[in-house]
Structures are given as C-alpha cells and as structure tokens.
Design a protein around this ligand. Structure first.
Ligand code: ZN
Length: 428
C-alpha cells in the first residue's frame, strides 16, 4: 500500500472518533447480561441496521438447541458480510456481544456509558464492546476509502462467549461459518491492548471432585463418616504436593500476566453437608454428619502439558489420600475441557497486524497468550482455521471489574491498526 493511501485510510479512521465513541455507548447501553442472556436480539438488530446501511449483507442466526437457548432468552448471533470489487481473501472480525454480571462497587451507572477523562465507562466497555465498535469503524473507514478492494470483510457479533461460546462461535463454526474455504483471517478484538497480539490461550480442565462418607446423627459422628473431613484431607494434600508441583511448571508460551506462565489450579466452589438455607430462613440447621462433599476445580494447563497427564495428577493425588483413609471413596466428574491453542507467529494475520502496529504506533508489538480461553478455541478446533488472533483495545485486567472502562485513544489507535491491516490483506 502506498504512503498516500495509507494516510487517507488513517485519516478516515481518526475522522470517525466521535462515531466510534457513540457506537461504543450505544452498545454498552444495551445490557446483554449473560447469564441469562438478555437483549441479544436488540444488540444484533442495532449492528444489523448500521451495517446494512453501509452495504453489508446481514444474517441473523439463532443458536437453536444450544445450551441456554430458549424462547425467553434466545441466543442470537449476527454475521455481516461486505463483498469487495474482486475476489480475494475474507477478513473476519468476531466479537462477543454478551457481558458478565455487574457485581458491586460501581461509582457510575454500569449501563450509562458515561464518557469522562477520555474513557467510556460501563459493563462490557472493555470486554468487548469497545473492540466491536473499533472493528466496525475500521471496516467502514476502509470500505469508504478503498471501495474497489479485493475480497470480503465480515463482522460477527456472537453470543455466550462468557459462558463457553456454545450458543455463539461454536454454533457458527459447526455450521461452516469459519470454514477456511470462506474465511481466511480472523481477528477477535478482545481487550488485549492496542500494542499486543494475542496468539492463543492456555488449556482448561474443569472437574467436580466428590468425597463420599455416611450420614449419621451429629451428636454421634463416630457412627457416620464425614465427607467434609475427607475433603479436608484432599485439600491438605493439594497444598502439600499439587500446588508446588504446578507452580514449578513453566511454559514457553508468552502468557500474561507472568503468574499465568505456570500451571494453575483454582477451587471454584466447595459444598458439603446440608444445603445452605435462604437468608430469610430463621431456623437452626439439623445435626448431621455430611455424607457428600464436592469441590469444583479449574485447572489451567500449558501447551507443554498433556490433558491426560493433567487428569492423572489429580487421580494420583486422590489415591494417595485414599491410602491413608480406608473408609473413603470419591468420584471425579469431567465438566469441561479445552486444549491450549497458539497461532504461529509467522501466520499471515499475525505478520500483517504486527506490521500495522509498527506503522501506526511506531513500536514492535508484544506477542502474548491469554491465561483464560476465549472463542479462538472454537475457530481453531471446530472451524479448523489456524490463522486467528485476538487483537483489540482495552486493558484485560479491567474486564469483569466494577467501573470497567475503555480508553477512547486506545480504541481509535486499534481501529487505525485494523484498518491498515485490512489494507494490507485486501488491496493488491
Ligand atoms: Zn471477552
């Protein structure tokens, strides 16, 4: 691309600064909370109207039969496609439109989309409505500046990323939307910062571990067998052997933050004995020896690790505890697993976006890997499309936090990078 054209493209983006802010605000003001999955149709309608007016062909796809899809909370997705003047590659921007619960501790209206000190505030501003808006603005600026481009641009807004993506990208990928024959480059504008390219993510294994005992009267615990004490022994064994083992495993993947370069395990929940009563219950609990105790574990593993080995570590730990506690039995139930994924640094979309970051920001990008997964897993595993990265504005640490915000300058800069990347990929 020659210098003059690059300048024109860049000006077309920067001239849209106010439009970018306004679009981000419009998106944030639609509370697409997940769960349960609110207003998905509304946010798709908003983007559909906008993109249709700019020559995109829009398809609305409801993920019927996907987990959590219902008539009360339908899982709506949008795919918009703009065809160039000649055949060529298709560049696809994919953003999830759902947001997580608000939580406590906000000083602004979470759905007010207030602008102050150069930032747009609100739930989803950073993760990832600011990113969707940046991609839309980049595409609009590019199409206006270079109407005779070769290839196609797609923009999708998809459901349920925050709950696994099964009503969103996974559903679309299973139906061929990310077939490498129709899409060649994917950019997911998750909030990884304007100067970083995210190549992929660590793996995940969620499981439920249950210890089994025997119920009895709480005044005579010797007549029962306390499942919570067994679980206590399991947790103690984790502290002594598993956590140190995991902390010692370091990856070559450039995971950020640095703490996530090791293998990690979180205990997401623990439940044992009588269920907790609602807060308005005024009675006392009944005295019983708990016969069941469950934890949910969230194990994040590295590209160097094998999932079967990851599971074996936990089974071996349970067996060690069992050796010392003869009455104890247990069960491990798999809940969810995702293998690590990492796009090659030499992949075309990586090289192109890296070059664009260098030109726009005047510095080399950092290459990072995300500690948690995102929709790239479905594009890779189901869609078989390897040429995929996450690149977008916003600071990852702010995601899911109170007073979430996205910087306006950052959105503009990343839109400039995206527009320039379109130029490199779609102009002869
Ligand atoms: Zn996200």
């Amino acid at each position: 691309m020659d210098h003059k054209l690059r300048q024109a493209l860049d000006s077309a983006v920067t001239a849209r600064r106010d439009a970018l802010v306004a679009l981000t605000q419009d998106l944030v003001r639609i509370p697409t909370l997940n769960p349960p999955g609110l207003n998905y149709r509304e946010i798709c309608d908003l983007l559909a109207a906008r993109l249709q007016a700019r020559g995109f062909v829009v398809e609305m796809i409801r993920a019927e039969g996907a987990p959590a899809d219902s008539d009360a909370h339908p899982r709506w997705n949008l795919v918009a496609r703009h065809e160039g003047a000649a055949s060529g590659d298709c560049v696809h921007f994919n953003g999830h439109h759902d947001v997580v619960e608000v939580g406590h501790g906000w000083s602004v209206d979470p759905f007010g989309a207030e602008v102050k000190s150069g930032r747009v505030y609100g739930r989803g501003a950073c993760d990832m409505k600011g990113g969707i808006a940046a991609a839309v603005i980049a595409a609009e600026a590019f199409i206006e500046t270079c109407p005779d481009y070769a290839g196609a641009i797609e923009i999708s807004a998809t459901a349920d990323e925050e709950s696994g993506g099964y009503g969103g990208v996974a559903y679309l990928a299973e139906r061929g939307w990310f077939d490498p024959a129709r899409v060649q480059h994917v950019i997911i504008p998750e909030p990884l910062n304007k100067d970083r390219i995210c190549l992929g993510h660590r793996g995940v294994w969620w499981a439920e571990i249950e210890t089994h005992g025997r119920i009895a009267h709480g005044s005579m615990p010797f007549l029962g067998d306390c499942a919570v004490r067994h679980m206590g022994a399991v947790l103690a064994e984790m502290e002594q052997t598993l956590f140190p083992l995991l902390a010692g495993k370091r990856t070559e993947m450039p995971v950020v933050p640095d703490g996530a370069r090791a293998s990690t395990l979180n205990i997401n929940a623990i439940h044992g004995g009588a269920p907790e009563q609602p807060p308005d219950y005024t009675g006392l609990p009944a005295p019983c020896v708990p016969d069941r105790c469950r934890i949910t574990i969230d194990r994040r593993f590295l590209v160097e690790e094998d999932l079967a080995e990851v599971k074996r570590e936990v089974t071996a730990l349970m067996e060690r505890v069992k050796d010392r506690r003869p009455s104890f039995t247990y069960e491990i139930r798999d809940l969810f697993e995702v293998k690590p994924t990492m796009t090659d640094r030499d992949a075309p979309v990586v090289r192109t976006v890296a070059g664009a970051i260098e030109k726009v920001l005047g510095r080399m990008p950092d290459y990072v890997v995300s500690p948690g997964t995102y929709d790239q897993k479905h594009i890779d595993r189901i869609g078989k499309l390897k040429n995929c990265i996450a690149y977008g504005p916003g600071i990852l640490d702010l995601a899911h936090q109170p007073d979430e915000w996205v910087g306006i300058d950052d959105m503009v800069d990343s839109a400039r990078v995206m527009a320039l990347s379109l130029g490199e990929l779609l102009l002869p």
